[in-house]
Design a protein around this ligand. Structure first.
Ligand SMILES: [Mn+2]
Length: 296
């Protein structure tokens, strides 16, 4: 494989290196893929995302500079061999991040969100969650266990005591009947990939549901079509383009107070020419732009 020439470029578009207590953005990696039952590889994502973050310009796609945005990278947190026992130590480290900072977590498979959301619920008691994913991950039991990726949100909500009605699921297109039943019974809002691809009305509906709330976005890269993000545990056809996902995030979060994002299920071993990692970085940098320019 021919490697990208990163000579002379600094990680995170040159924005990192600020002290933790002064940071607007705090990054942490969770290089764990022990809950991936289809194919592993997401444990390598934090390293690849960090390496390639050097190619990102500190400017948003609409030309607004990210100058002055202070970023601190905590490095990687160890979830051990199993998230069932490993989540609490990771959650502790993330919960210690000053609540004024926007948390940016690099998974890992989607079960890393168990630790991330446990921490976010502690940092922001009024937390709402936008779960952007081809799959709701709401199974009680899936593929031989309760701590596999198909159960990620179910376990995260239990552990963090986030009420299901405070979660919006966006981009869904692969379901287990049990998940649809849970969504209906608990009054969750589900906006499918088809609805999101249709027009901006469904994105505005999500924005209405999240208006005024402290919002964490859990972004499973498999919400994107495999054409845009082939490097993931379980690609699902019929997904969003990166363009549609960027537009959706901008519209859906317009009235919320952004408090974090976790980017999960990027799997470098299954990527092609790093397009999945670079799509993840685009989403992260634009999300930072929404946060930074919304704040000022
Ligand atoms: Mn997922």
């Amino acid at each position: 494989m021919t490697e990208m020439n990163l000579a002379g470029l600094r990680p995170w578009g040159g924005l990192a290196g600020n002290p933790l207590n002064a940071a607007d953005i705090v990054i942490a990696g969770i290089p764990y893929d022990g809950s991936a039952v289809y194919r592993k590889g997401a444990a390598l994502a934090p390293m690849r995302i960090r390496d390639l973050s050097a190619v990102m310009p500190p400017v948003t796609e609409d030309g607004r500079p990210l100058d002055g945005l202070k970023v601190h990278d905590l490095g990687d947190l160890d979830a051990g061999a199993e998230i069932e026992s490993g989540w609490s130590k990771v959650a502790e480290s993330l919960a210690a991040v000053p609540s004024s900072a926007l948390l940016t977590v690099l998974g890992g498979d989607h079960c890393t969100a168990i630790a991330t959301l446990a921490a976010q619920a502690r940092r922001h008691p009024d937390l709402a969650v936008l779960w952007v994913d081809a799959h709701p991950d709401l199974c009680e039991f899936s593929r031989g266990g309760k701590w596999t990726c198909g159960c990620a949100m179910r376990r995260a909500l239990e552990i963090s005591s986030i009420g299901p009605a405070r979660v919006v699921i966006a981009g869904g297109r692969d379901y287990d009947p049990e998940e649809l039943e849970f969504i209906r019974a608990r009054g969750m809002l589900l906006v499918s990939a088809s609805e999101l691809a249709g027009d901006s009305g469904s994105a505005r509906m999500v924005a209405d549901a999240l208006e005024g709330k402290s919002l964490h976005v859990s972004f499973d890269i498999d919400v994107l079509d495999p054409a845009f993000a082939p490097g993931t545990e379980i690609p699902s056809g019929g997904g969003l383009s990166t363009r549609q996902a960027l537009d959706f995030l901008r519209i859906a979060t317009a009235g919320s107070k952004l408090v974090g994002i976790d980017m999960v299920e990027v799997s470098p071993p299954f990527d092609h020419g790093d397009i999945t990692t670079l799509a993840a970085l685009k989403m992260i940098f634009e999300f930072w732009g929404l946060f930074w320019h919304g704040k000022r």
